[in-house]
Design a protein around this ligand. Structure first.
Ligand code: NAD
Length: 286
């Protein structure tokens, strides 16, 4: 018999988080400030950054997009980051990826002061997360996924989580985060052999590989929770890495695309910016 999964409304959850955050920001003496750096004219990146800015401004934060032209050198970009690092008004710094090929993203990310690294991609925060240190600024997408899982399932101890994708922004930090919450974690990638055999073992299946509708019903254990991180555009329409209409017959819970992980990522980025703001205020007081 086919199940019909409960669809997780990431948009509503994100709105709730943002409203609570907006109330806290009203009582701040000054506004938390997020600086977003965009190099080049990638249309998708421009849309992502404008959405982040719109969300930040709507909650009473300050947010500027530093839009640099695509031939900007690595040195110029790093100089701007140093300037923002030293500016006490700036609480969070985010560099939109991907960067043009002539810029090494690792050099750029490691330049961001760790207390302003609201994406949590820098080696300091990634290291803290790896060591299960609660001071880590956790990357927004994994943090949003954890929020959903804990809200829907409660305690995650002992659950088998299978992750498809090992990127530094989703798969790897998510693996650490779920391990820190006592899941048994299997991380898979493009070189994994017999992927469906592994995904069928998952209580929680998280898919972040950028392959439109790759995961089918037969890849999923009956009653599993399926989290779709993918954002793909096919024939002008957005879709995830999971074949939603097929897999919802097999899963107990599923996130849609759009309206699932995307809005949660923005909400968590703003939460990280607020945390960075509080940490910096407290440091000044000490
Ligand atoms: P990436 O390209 O950096 O990494 C993709 C990963 O998937 C790699 O580890 C690769 O080994 C693996 N992979 C690729 N093809 C595979 C296959 N056929 N089978 C198994 N594994 C495979 O991508 P990313 O930055 O991690 O993003 C992944 C997807 O998630 C993209 O669609 C991206 O747009 C989306 N994304 C969404 C959000 C959000 O807020 N919803 C945030 C980040 C990324």
């Amino acid at each position: 018999m086919n199940l019909t999964a409960k669809i997780i409304d990431g948009k509503a959850m994100a709105l709730d988080i943002r409203q609570k955050l907006a109330e806290k920001i009203t009582s701040c003496c000054d506004k938390p400030y997020l600086a977003v750096i965009l190099v080049g004219d990638d249309p998708a990146s421009l849309v992502y950054d404008r959405n982040k800015q719109k969300a930040a401004l709507s909650m009473g934060m300050k947010c500027d997009i530093y839009h640099l032209e695509k031939h900007t050198s690595e040195d110029e970009l790093i100089k701007l980051i140093h300037k923002l690092n030293l500016d006490d008004h700036v609480n969070g710094i985010l560099v939109q990826m991907p960067l043009p090929n002539h810029i090494n993203p690792l050099h750029v990310i490691e330049t961001i002061a760790h207390e302003k690294d609201v994406d949590g991609f820098g080696p300091y925060n990634a290291g803290l997360l790896h060591e299960n240190d609660t001071r880590a600024m956790v990357a927004a997408t994994p943090k949003g996924i954890l929020y959903i899982l804990e809200k829907e399932l409660g305690n995650l101890t002992g659950k088998h989580a299978v992750i498809i994708g090992r990127s530094n922004i989703v798969g790897r930090p998510l693996a650490s985060l779920l391990l820190n919450h006592n899941c048994t974690v299997t991380i898979t990638h493009s070189k994994t052999v017999n992927l469906p055999k592994i995904t069928r073992q998952a209580d929680i299946l998280i898919v972040a590989c950028g392959c439109p509708k790759m995961v089918k019903k037969e890849w999923v254990k009956k009653g599993a929770v399926v989290i779709d991180v993918g954002i793909n555009r096919v024939d002008g329409k957005l879709c995830g890495d999971v074949d939603f209409d097929d897999v919802k017959k097999q899963a107990s819970l599923i996130t849609p695309v759009p309206g699932g992980i995307g809005p949660m990522t923005i909400a968590m980025l703003l939460e990280n910016t607020y945390t960075a703001y509080l940490n910096q205020k407290n440091k000044i007081k000490k």
